[in-house]
Design a protein around this ligand. Structure first.
Ligand code: NAD
Length: 378
């Protein structure tokens, strides 16, 4: 049995059952504060699917964002994650110049054992019911194979395998964008964007991290790597002659650049004081635990932060290309724009003496405001 519950309706039910008006206010206030348009809960007991789809803003186009499958400890934790991630997608599409809105989805469960074809196809039907307002893609815990199952029920999916007409795994394009973001920051700090002789610590050597290590090593960068997967750590160290470091050593390391490519919120009030890095630039989403406070602290410490949603936009560009039918050449051109876009953010940050994340937000918000005006005037 399928049913979609709009977020407001779900909360009103909670209110009617418990009489707890403060719960209604606090969560709806959160949605208002973050500017979300719609949140949809998906529940299918037959396949075990429990998912939340968050649509943040669709001014620029349909909301596109990946589906993350994760063993969240609570439903509220899943909700918080999807709200934060979907908002970042709005900013990512806007600053990258794509005609897309921001959305994201989470499936609650263990991706290693809780998945099935039926679950993914059931999820695909929920997406289909949104009539193209939300388009999905892969993310942590989901694969191109999952996208293929979803595509059996809806056309509103990207990141399907190349063998069936998709653009395949977006990670190499993401890594390329991160690499270019690093170069733009190095140019700012060291006066040249030649990377040879610089040192980078890559935290998380998964799909994106490993590709980034490869690109950096080709440029003769000294690369330190860290991962909770010991086997992968040893393999990547051997393959690229990178130097493994333990998790507790990362933040005090004497390296030029810290590239977070695992989880978010690793840049926070506890880690920043330990840092000697000149630059933070990586692929992980939402690297700053608190945009305002941590962004300001980095500015004061003279650590240049490359806004994550800008330099990790390669994956989104890849998905956009799949939707629009752009080829590999156009995809690469759009990805290469990340270098200049990062330079623009740094310029605004310096001119107005504001953290780079706030400069990026300002550029993204301005594009949304400008396009909204055009749309409403015709
Ligand atoms: P992945 O799952 O392939 O790799 C993540 C790696 O991080 C794994 O090897 C994992 O073992 C490791 N890891 C997890 N916790 C860690 C910890 N505490 N310390 C060190 N390592 C840890 O994921 P991915 O596709 O490479 O994505 C990496 C990050 O980049 C994610 O935050 C993702 O949301 C973001 N991102 C990815 C893409 C993409 O195209 N894949 C696009 C945009 C953003």
């Amino acid at each position: 049995m399928f049913f979609i519950v709009s977020f407001a309706a779900c909360l009103i039910n909670t209110f009617l059952m418990t009489g707890n008006s403060s719960a209604v206010n606090s969560i709806l206030d959160q949605l208002s504060a973050l500017g979300h348009k719609k949140v949809v809960f998906c529940n299918d007991p037959d396949t075990g699917l429990k998912a939340i789809i968050a649509i943040h803003d669709t001014t620029l186009g349909p909301a596109l964002g990946g589906t993350r499958m994760w063993s969240y400890a609570t439903e509220n934790e899943a909700l918080q994650d999807v709200l934060r991630l979907s908002r970042s997608m709005t900013y990512k599409a806007a600053i990258t110049g794509l005609n897309l809105g921001g959305g994201k989805a989470v499936i609650i469960g263990d991706s290693r054992k809780g998945k099935s074809e039926a679950m993914m196809r059931s999820y695909g039907r929920f997406i289909q019911n949104l009539n193209g307002e939300y388009i999905t893609a892969e993310d942590l815990g989901t694969t191109t194979k999952d996208m293929e199952y979803i595509s059996m029920e809806t056309k509103h999916v990207t990141g399907v395998p190349e063998s069936i007409g998709g653009m395949g795994d977006p990670s190499p394009t993401t890594a390329k964008g991160v690499y270019l973001g690093i170069k733009a920051c190095v140019k700012e700090v060291f006066g040249t964007d030649i990377l040879a002789g610089r040192s980078v610590v890559v935290q998380g050597i998964g799909n994106v991290g490993e590709q980034l290590v490869e690109l950096l090593r080709k440029d003769n960068v000294e690369v330190f790597i860290s991962d909770i997967n010991e086997e992968k750590l040893a393999e990547v160290a051997r393959k690229y002659k990178a130097k493994p470091v333990s998790a507790d050593k990362i933040f005090g390391l004497d390296a030029d650049i810290y590239a977070p490519c695992a989880l978010g919120a690793t840049v926070n009030e506890r880690t920043i004081p330990k840092m000697k890095f000149a630059i933070i630039a990586g692929s992980a989403n939402n690297q700053l635990a608190d945009e305002q406070a941590n962004g300001q602290l980095l500015l004061e410490k003279n650590i240049l932060f490359a806004p994550d949603y800008l330099i990790n936009a390669g994956g989104l560009i890849n998905c956009y290309s799949e939707l629009t039918g752009f080829g590999k050449k156009r995809t690469m051109q759009l990805t290469e724009n990340i270098y200049e876009a990062t330079r623009n953010v740094i310029r605004l940050s310096k001119t107005d003496n504001i953290p780079t994340i706030l400069a990026a937000n300002r550029i993204a918000e301005q594009r949304i405001i400008d396009i909204k005006k055009i749309k409403s005037s015709f």
